[in-house]
Structure formats: structure tokens, C-alpha cells
Design a protein around this ligand. Structure first.
Ligand code: PLP
Length: 795
């Protein structure tokens, strides 16, 4: 602690020419972060040297989004000096909780996809797998969300304003990425065809590296994020226009979630990420290896979702054009090096690009994909027929289909939950699985237990340590013993006390941000995730309105606080309407004295990792109510169960695996199954109006959206009702309503029995270990990457 105090003092002097205690909070944060970074650095260098020297195989995880969350507390935790640093800060009179909040949040992702990538980077370092992130250093991250008159307003996320202390700029590792122009193939002296570029635009890709320390193991991996700059050629100065064109590429994160962003700029971002990443991987490989033919023995490149799927063609380009390989050996290397994770079942969210646009932006890749397509058809058409091969080919209907390209060019493709993988094989990947029956695998998603329990919930951590010992920090399954331990009334009482204290802390935050008083004894019912029709926040809202009417009718329901947080893509009008209606409904319900203290709707603005960390430890109920067959996995379901929330769920994504882990008695499930939904969709015999006609309560609830009982939502209310009635309720909200209400009542009955509830809490906490990302990456390593952890998580 003395050493840390001295280090803070010295660093404060070096950075700010002042005493640590004289600095403001932002400066103190920077000082602490610099000291921490300095302590990470030696192991970072050592890890890199050790991996290169030993020739261990490395994973490169390509993703257009990462969502790390704030890094200081997590880095201190993983280094094992968090308590010491906090003691040093206390000695200087600094509140560490406030200091952590002075860190700008790196919001380089929209939601689950980016969060998964960051969880994997943390997990790979923590189990000792050489793993690198490869992403984009967006100048502006995901917008900050504010509500004005209940409407979502998007503010720019200027996260790099006060310099990012964690990153190291590596201009010596910069590479050039080429866009546009024309490409001709000409034979060289040996007769080999060589591409010649004319009028292409060259952009410099500069890497910024961030250390990813593992938990208490001395391993430090790297997240490499690329920034676009004009090429700095001493003989040819760049113009302001060149600079603007370059800057544009890495200026913003597309705030579009699961819809296809069809903009040319998005295509450029994707190629920039892929080309910089592939070139950098190959350059690094060649510094330590001679034979390019052995690339897959030392390198695994993973394509997270289709955004980096161009890696298939880009690696082919490098192998053919730069190394002069022939097609077949180059293709064998590419397939052996690449693997791909699919994240969506929804046809409309499958990424594809107009072929002409594609050829204009990346002409050489367009040629190569043309050849991949030609060979694919030649190989399979005779045996499987033109129809099937047309559907599975990389090119079709004038478009480049990224998922097809990714599957064809990878040796493995995985879904992210058992149900999702099964449905992939039956729907969007059916044809490709016919052609490549061994490629499809399941790897259920996982979460960073240490961030979501150790960091976010110190009270529960203490209790777990007491009950089962601290082994679960590294061996997540060790938490299993907690279920039995919590049968002692003493521990069960402590667990209830921890939950209540967490709810009180969230209540304080709600009071400070929204000026609403909530009762921590009430049931805290949480739904936090991106706002999307398929996730069905609307079903939750209709449930709240129904309860409101029930209370007004004199019914008796236990006190309940509904807590939401969600961002809507700025261009997603329907999702924004839901936000507006939610906020307007909150205005009515929260200020109606007739339901005072019994029903509240709290919508917290600006959902991000930090807000999630506040809400999750305080949740009693975790709403995971997507239409069955639409949510690939979900990960907030895992975070919430790990903190003792009861899952109120449809049989979708990883909810099914959560049910299997906790037993049907410790989860509430309801609603149509994926099979039933598909049957409705195929036959076309679902009638939303018929459901509405049969339920007087539902009719009254839906009427509230347009009859003025919720003020100021004429357009939004109408839009939602139209989607339900005229649009025949695409996501089966009305179909599941009655089952949802019944499940909701069952949840309340359980909650009325505090002892039983405490047991359910304990069983959920105890069973969450299997969803630790430590296991997930170890499974990817064994089944896909052929990379083994040096200290695997103990089973
Ligand atoms: C975990 C997480 C998500 C993913 O939530 P789902 O409910 O699985 O969609 C999204 N955003 C943030 C900030 C998260 O922490």
C-alpha cells in the first residue's frame, strides 16, 4: 500500500506537476490508471515474448464491435491489487467508487455481440490462451441516450476527448488498406497472373493496442483496434480532403443493431477491419515463421458475426497475390485458418451487399468471390442440384451473401445456444449444412463472472467466499456448493440482506437520476437490453398496463417495480415509439395515487455496461421474453441469474439451458415454443384480432394506447396498435399475453414466500458457473481453434 501511495504521488507529479491530493477527480483517475498500466506492462511484454518464442498457436478474434466496459476496476481486480489500491486511495481521502466513474466508458459496441467479444478476450487471458482482439477504434462510440419529453435523444459519445490512458499507439505496425479503383490481371515473367491497381485509394491503418490482463495469472493479451489515417508519404503530402476521407472510415460506430446497415461506409469499415487485421496477422506470423503453408498450425482467425466475413477473400488475396500460391493450396489454408460464429436466425438481418457496390469498393475481392462462387457451383451442382446450390452460393440475386461466404470459407461455424444451433441447421444454414455436414457446432455464449459478480456485487461475493471459499473466482463451478449452503437459515438471511442492500443502492440511483422514490421491499422486475420488437419489451409493457387496470379495478397485487433500460437504433422508428410510450405510461402510473407504492415503471436512460452493473445485482426477476426462435442466446439472462434473479422466460436461446441448469422449479417459463411459432408462420393461421376479441382485459389494455388515457402518444400509440392489429402482430405479443400474465402471477406467489425465494436465488447463483466465458473459450479452443489453455478452468 505504501508503494502504491508513493507511485500515485510520483505519477501525479510526472503527469500534472502537482500533488496527487491536489488533482481533480479526472486527473486522479488518470494517475491511478497510469500506475495500473505500468504494473501491467512487464507481463504484457513477457506474454508476447513467451507466445512468440514458444510458437504457440494464437487466436485472432475479428469483430466489428467490442464492448469492454470501464477497465480500471477490472484491471485492478485481475492484477490482484484492487483492495490495496482502494486502501491507498482511502488514505488520500479519495472515494474509489467515484474515481472509477471518472473513466470514460468505451462503448464500441451496440450490445450483446460486442459484449461477448470482450468477455472472450477477458476469458482467454484468464485461462491462458494466446488470444487477440481485432476491431475498430471508433472516434465516437455508441450514442449517449437522453430522454426529452419521453423521446430518445442521441448525443455523441466523445469518449476519446480526454485521451485514452489504456491504449498504446503502434505506428510502426501500421499497414495500408486499398479501396476502389480498377484491378487488372496481367501475367508476370513466370506466367502467373498478377493484379495491377489503377486509381485505388490508399488508407493507412494504425493500430492502438490495449492490454487485457487475465485474472491472477500474469497473462496479458491484446485488444488491437485500428484507426484510419491518410498515408503519410514524405514525397506526396496528403490534402485536407484525403484526411477527411480517411477519418470518415473510423469515425462512428453504426448504432444499428441486428438490422443490416446498407451504407457504403459500413462496407468500407468492414473491409478496413478485415484487411488491416489479416495483413497484420500475416506480417506477425512471418516475423517468427518462414513457411506460409504452416499458417493454420499457428494462427486461428475467428469471424464474429458476418461483418468480418470478407476475411475469407482477403486471406485468399494475400496468399495468391502476395505469396504467389495457387488457388487450391491457398483455399486449403484459408479454410483451415478461419472459423465463424453466426448470431442471427432472422432472414432480414442476414447481411448481404449489392454486387456492384461491392465491386466498386473492393474490386479485387469481388473478383476473388466471383471465383469462389464459380468453384463452389462447379463442385456441388451436379450432386445437389441447381436450386440448392443457388441458395447456398456466395453470390445470388445480384448480392454478395456474407453468411454463405463465411461458412464456405471456414472449417467450422457455430451457433451460440443449443436451440439456436439446432434452428440454424433447420433454417438459414440448412442448405450449407447439407453440403458441409460436419461444419456446424454449438458453443453456448458465456459471461465474465468476475465482472458481473466480483466487481458488480461485492456483497454476494463476500457471501460466496464465506460459503464455498474463493475457489469459484477461477473455478466457476465451485459456486455449486452455494445451493446446499444456503439451506442454513443464517446464510439465507444474509443472502436476502445482500439483495435488499443492492436494491436500496439502485433505489438511491433511481432517486438521483429520475427523482422517483421506489420501495426496495417491492419486487424488482428487470428487463435490460437493446430495444427491439423481437425482444418484446412491448409484452412487458402490456403486462404492466394490465396490472394497472387490475389495481384500479380493486384487485390486489403485491408491490412491484418494473425497471427498464434500453437504447433504440436512431433509425428504428418503432423501437423509439415504444420508448416514448413507456415513458408516457411511467408518467401516468408513477403519479397515480391510487396505485402509489404498488406499481411503478422506471426507465433508466443510457443503458451501457456500467448501468447494467448497477441494475443486475438489484434484480429479483429477469425478463427474457423474446419470441421463441428469435433470440440467438442472450447473455443478460446469464448475468442476472448469477446475481440471484429468477428468470421469467420464453423457451428461447440460452433460457432453455438456464432452465436445464436450475431445474424447472427454479425458473418461470411460458409461451409458444419455437416449433409452435414456426407452425403458425408456415400455415399462416395466426390471427391477432381473434386473440384480442377473446380477451376483455387485453382489449382494454390495447385501447389505452390510443384512447388518451396515456397522454401525448397519439402517433406512437397508433403505430403500435397498427403493428398488432393491421400488421397481425409479427412477434406474437398478443398470442403470448395470457400465458405471460399467468407466469407473472406465479412469480408473485413465489415472492410472497421469502424463504422459498431465497432458496431459488441461491440455486440460480450456484448454477450460473457453467455459463462462465472461461468455459466457453476453452470449448472454442478444443473444438474449433485447436488452442489449449495453459490453465483451463477447473470443471
Ligand atoms: C449483456 C449486455 C447486453 C446483452 O443483453 P441481452 O439481454 O443478452 O440482449 C447488451 N448491452 C449491455 C450493456 C450488456 O451488458
Amino acid at each position: 500500500m505504501k508503494d502504491l501511495k508513493r507511485a500515485l504521488q510520483t505519477t501525479a507529479m510526472q503527469l500534472f506537476a502537482d500533488d496527487f491530493t491536489h488533482l481533480d477527480l479526472a486527473q486522479q483517475f488518470r494517475t491511478v490508471a497510469f500506475v495500473t498500466r505500468g504494473m501491467i506492462a512487464p507481463n504484457w511484454a513477457k506474454t508476447k515474448a513467451a507466445v512468440d518464442r514458444s510458437g504457440q498457436k494464437q487466436v485472432y478474434y475479428f469483430a466489428i464491435e467490442f464492448l469492454p466496459g470501464r477497465l480500471l476496476a477490472s484491471n485492478l481486480l485481475n492484477l490482484g491489487i484492487k483492495a490495496d489500491m482502494e486502501a491507498a486511495l482511502t488514505a488520500y481521502g479519495v472515494d474509489s467508487a467515484l474515481l472509477y466513474e471518472a473513466e470514460a466508458e468505451p462503448a464500441l459496441g451496440n450490445g450483446g455481440l460486442g459484449r461477448l467479444g470482450s468477455a472472450f478476450l477477458d476469458a482467454m487471458a484468464s485461462v491462458g490462451m494466446p488470444g487477440n482482439g481485432n476491431g475498430i477504434r471508433y472516434r465516437y462510440g455508441l450514442f449517449r441516450q437522453r430522454f426529452v419529453d419521453g423521446y430518445q435523444v442521441e448525443l455523441p459519445d466523445d469518449w476519446l476527448r480526454d485521451t485514452n490512458v489504456w491504449e498504446v499507439r503502434k505506428e510502426n505496425r501500421a499497414v495500408i488498406v486499398r479501396f476502389g479503383g480498377q484491378v487488372w490481371l496481367r501475367p508476370d515473367a513466370t506466367g502467373q497472373l498478377q493484379p495491377e491497381y489503377q486509381g485505388a485509394q490508399e488508407i493507412l491503418a494504425v493500430p492502438y493496442d490495449t492490454a487485457i490482463p487475465g485474472y491472477h495469472d500474469g497473462v496479458v493479451n491484446t485488444m488491437r483496434l485500428w484507426s484510419a489515417e491518410p498515408v503519410n508519404d514524405p514525397n506526396h503530402a496528403f490534402t485536407m480532403a484525403d484526411k477527411a476521407r480517411a477519418d470518415e472510415i473510423t469515425r462512428i460506430l453504426y448504432p444499428d443493431d441486428s438490422q443490416v446497415a446498407g451504407q457504403e461506409l459500413r462496407l468500407r469499415q468492414e473491409y478496413f477491419l478485415v484487411s488491416a487485421g489479416v495483413q497484420s496477422v500475416v506480417h506477425h506470423y512471418l516475423r517468427f515463421h518462414q513457411d506460409i503453408m504452416r499458417l493454420p498450425e499457428f494462427v486461428a482467425i475467428h469471424i464474429n458475426d458476418t461483418h468480418p466475413a470478407m476475411a475469407v477473400a482477403e486471406l485468399m488475396r494475400v496468399l495468391l497475390d502476395d505469396f504467389g500460391l495457387n488457388w487450391e493450396p491457398a483455399w486449403r489454408l484459408t479454410e483451415a485458418t478461419l472459423s465463424y460464429t453466426n448470431h442471427t436466425l432472422m432472414q432480414e438481418a442476414l447481411e448481404s451487399w449489392d454486387q456492384q457496390l461491392f465491386a466498386r469498393v473492393v474490386p479485387r475481392l469481388a473478383q476473388l468471390i466471383g471465383e469462389i462462387d464459380r468453384r463452389f457451383r462447379a463442385r456441388f451442382t451436379r450432386r445437389y442440384g441447381e436450386l440448392l446450390v443457388n441458395r447456398a452460393a456466395p453470390l445470388g440475386n445480384g448480392r454478395v451473401r456474407m453468411a454463405n461466404l463465411a461458412v464456405i470459407g471456414s472449417h467450422a461455424v457455430n451457433g451460440v445456444a443449443k436451440l439456436h444451433t439446432q434452428l440454424l441447421g433447420e433454417s438459414v444454414l440448412k442448405d450449407l449444412v447439407t453440403l458441409y455436414p460436419r461444419k456446424l457446432l454449438n458453443e453456448t455464449n458465456g459471461i465474465t463472472m468476475r465482472r458481473w459478480v466480483l466487481l458488480a456485487n461485492p456483497g454476494l461475493t463476500q457471501l460466496l467466499d464465506l460459503a464455498v471459499g474463493p475457489a469459484w473466482h477461477r473455478a466457476p463451478l465451485a459456486a455449486r456448493g452455494f445451493a446446499a449452503a444456503a439451506q442454513q437459515p443464517g446464510l439465507a438471511k444474509q443472502l436476502q440482506a445482500v439483495k435488499l442492500a443492492n436494491k436500496q443502492a439502485l433505489a438511491d440511483y433511481i432517486l438521483a437520476t429520475l427523482h422517483e422514490t421506489v420501495n426496495p421491499q417491492a419486487l424488482f422486475d428487470v428487463q435490460i437490453k437493446r430495444l427491439h420488437a423481437y425482444k418484446r419489451q412491448l409484452l412487458h409493457l402490456l403486462g404492466i398496463l394490465a396490472d394497472y387496470l387490475t389495481l384500479l379495478d380493486g384487485g390486489d397485487l403485491p408491490p412491484r417495480v418494473h425497471i427498464f433500460a434500453a437504447k433504440a437504433a436512431p433509425s428504428y422508428a418503432y423501437a423509439k415509439s415504444i420508448i416514448k410510450v413507456m415513458n408516457a405510461a411511467a408518467g401516468v402510473i408513477n403519479h397515480d395515487p391510487r396505485v402509489s407504492g404498488r406499481l411503478q415503471l422506471i426507465f433508466l436512460p443510457n443503458y451501457n455496461v456500467s448501468l447494467a452493473s448497477r441494475i443486475i445485482p438489484a434484480a429479483d426477476v429477469s425478463e427474457q421474453i423474446s419470441l421463441a426462435g428469435t433470440e440467438a442466446s442472450g447473455t443478460s439472462n446469464m448475468k442476472l441469474m448469477a446475481n440471484g434473479a429468477l428468470t421469467l422466460a420464453t423457451l428461447d436461446g440460452a433460457n432453455i439451458e438456464i432452465r436445464d441448469a436450475v431445474g424447472a422449479a427454479n425458473i418461470e417459463t411460458f409461451g409458444l415454443t419455437a416449433t409452435q411459432v414456426r407452425a403458425y408462420q408456415q400455415v399462416g393461421n395466426y390471427s391477432a384480432s381473434a386473440v384480442l376479441a377473446e380477451s376483455p382485459l387485453l382489449k382494454r389494455v390495447v385501447a389505452m394506447l390510443t384512447d388518451g388515457s396515456i397522454p401525448d402518444i397519439q402517433l406512437e400509440g397508433r403505430q403500435i396498435v397498427d403493428s398488432l392489429v393491421l400488421g397481425n402482430d409479427e412477434y406474437f405479443v398478443l398470442a403470448d399475453f395470457a400465458a405471460y400474465q399467468a407466469a407473472s402471477r406465479r412469480v408473485e406467489q413465489r415472492y410472497a414466500d421469502p424463504a422459498g425465494w431465497a432458496q431459488t436465488m441461491a440455486i440460480n447463483i450456484a448454477a450460473a458457473g457453467q455459463f462462465a466465458a472461461d468455459f466457453t473459450v476453452a470449448n472454442y479452443g478444443r473444438e474449433i481453434w485447436d488452442v489449449r489453455p495453459t490453465h483451463p478452468p477447473r470443471e
